[in-house]
Ligand binder design. Structure first.
Ligand code: ATP
Ligand code: MG
Length: 483
């Protein structure tokens, strides 16, 4: 497959402009060829049938006008307008009226002069024998060197029988043909020129935005994330530039995130490592013989090592969650059991450090979620409440049963989060500006919560007022929606 793709590649090397031009040239040539074919092969045939129709309708018109006594005027006008020879006779062939616009070489004229109307008589007989209303024939007039339409029609007025004969040329008049040909040459030249101009215009209009987009996309590919695609022209190009713009925004974000991530991780890793190294050196050089100091320093080293492993674990956890590689292990379990279980782990804090952590339950509900992941969310919310609540040590975990969901809130009476910073708390590596280093934290906790809740399809959020406290919440739907 791949090989055939490669072999096909050189074919698509030609530009859009080339293809548009080629198609347009082909289209124009076809139109011109068609025009000439019609002119040469079909004009005579078309002309002949139009002439036959004209002769027949002149015949009808003249017969009609006989009753209104204007056949003479009609004959003169028709003969003149259409280049015809028109003869009206009675039943015995005697001439009543004749109008000749074909000159002395007219068939009827010569018939009358040279054979006393023998041919016309023959025509009449033929018409009578055929039993039809009119007779139309094409004959060759060797004198005029053209083909002619011969028309014969019988009609009765007030009991008297009359015959109307019409002779007309079946070939287009030479001058008409040459005028049409001349026009055709002009039309051909105009079409060719127009086609050339339109091709230039269309191909430019089609390819310019693409060429522009391509050159911008090249800059973008070289790492310039400030390129604005914003190309206008036609719908598809506008759509494409919109897509490219949003792709650029996304890639720009990812790029920024990557840069931040590396900066943050290296910073976060470097700090504990520096501490570990410094205290290890201190033990080696100074406190090695002083058990009290040594233990103090060792405790710091252990603390920092914990911080490091915490950080590494969190990074791994978050990347697993974000890449979607982590399968949730859904289970049904009691909400009350879960929260009680979590809160028992805080008894030491409650007793020793005076924290007031309590659960405000509603009626128990069985929920459907990944219990371990839900633990992580609740731990992080409660730990944050403890770490950032300052002196006010009241923390409430609240259950609110709603019609379609169960809402869980973790509320503290701490310092709160400012309005500007509130939208950022769930972001990776966001840590409040004044968080002291002694508050163990990686800044990844809430990002992990966000990913876990998103994967569960739980709604979640945070409400906070500076100085009053913060409430983190999420809602577990009654009918679980799996992702
Ligand atoms: P980790 O949870 O990984 O140990 P962390 O607690 O610093 O680190 P997050 O849980 O993501 O990171 O919290 C991000 C930041 O949001 C915190 O550093 C803190 O500034 C702010 N924050 C979170 N919860 C609260 C709260 N209840 N009150 C005030 N600020 C908070
Ligand atoms: Mg936290």
């Amino acid at each position: 497959m791949k090989r055939s793709d490669k072999s096909a590649a050189p074919r698509s090397k030609r530009s859009l402009r080339y293809y548009v031009s080629i198609y347009f040239v082909i289209f124009t040539v076809i139109i011109i060829i068609l025009l000439w074919i019609f002119q040469y092969f079909f004009l005579a045939r078309y002309y002949r049938s139009a002439r036959i129709r004209a002769v027949s309708s002149v015949g009808d018109m003249l017969v009609d006008s006989y009753s209104s006594n204007d056949i003479e005027g009609g004959m003169i006008r028709s003969a003149f307008d259409n280049g015809m020879c028109i003869v009206l006779t009675n039943s015995s062939g005697a001439l009543i009226k004749g109008e000749n616009n074909l000159g002395s070489l007219s068939y009827f004229m010569r018939d009358r002069v040279e054979s006393s109307g023998y041919y016309m008589h023959q025509l009449k007989q033929e018409l009578i024998e055929s039993g039809q209303r009119e007779l139309i024939k094409i004959i060759k007039n060797s004198e005029l060197r053209s083909e002619e339409i011969i028309y014969c029609r019988g009609f009765t007025i007030n009991g008297d029988q009359f015959y109307l004969y019409i002779e007309a040329s079946a070939d287009p008049v030479d001058s008409t043909v040459s005028i049409i040909r001349e026009q055709l040459v002009y039309i051909t030249i105009i079409i060719a020129e127009l086609a050339f101009i339109i091709t230039l215009f269309i191909s430019k209009r089609l390819s310019d935005p693409i060429v522009n987009l391509t050159s911008k996309a090249k800059k973008f590919a070289d790492g310039d994330f400030n390129v604005k695609f914003e190309e206008r022209g036609y719908n598809e190009i506008t759509e494409l530039s919109k897509v490219l713009d949003s792709a650029e925004a996304e890639i720009g974000k990812v790029n920024q995130l990557r840069t931040d991530l590396i900066a943050n991780i290296s910073h976060d890793l470097r700090t504990p490592l520096t501490m570990v190294k410094a205290y290890a050196e201190m033990i080696r050089d100074l406190s090695g013989d002083n058990p009290e100091k040594r233990n103090e320093h060792l405790a710091i080293i252990i603390d920092e090592a914990d911080r490091l492993s915490n950080l590494v674990n969190n990074i791994l956890e978050l990347s697993k969650l974000e890449s979607g590689n982590l399968e949730l292990k859904y289970q049904e379990f009691s909400l009350h059991d879960k929260i009680h279980d979590i809160l028992t782990r805080y008894t030491l804090l409650i007793e020793e450090q005076g924290y007031d952590i309590a659960f405000e339950p509603d009626e128990d509900r069985i929920i459907y979620a990944d219990p371990e992941k839900l633990d992580q969310v609740l731990y992080n919310f409660i730990n944050n409440a403890i770490n950032y609540s300052g002196d006010k040590k009241i923390i409430r975990v609240r259950q609110l049963n709603r019609e379609t969901c169960t809402r869980i809130e973790v509320e503290d009476n701490g310092k709160g989060i400012s309005k500007e910073l509130l939208p950022k708390v769930f972001d990776r590596y966001y840590r409040g500006e004044k968080v002291k280093r002694d508050v163990v934290g990686t800044g990844l906790g809430l990002s992990i919560c966000r990913e876990i809740l998103k994967r569960h399809n739980f709604a979640f959020g945070v409400l906070s007022e500076e100085g009053k406290g913060t409430t983190f919440w999420f809602e577990i739907p009654l009918t679980p929606k799996k992702d």
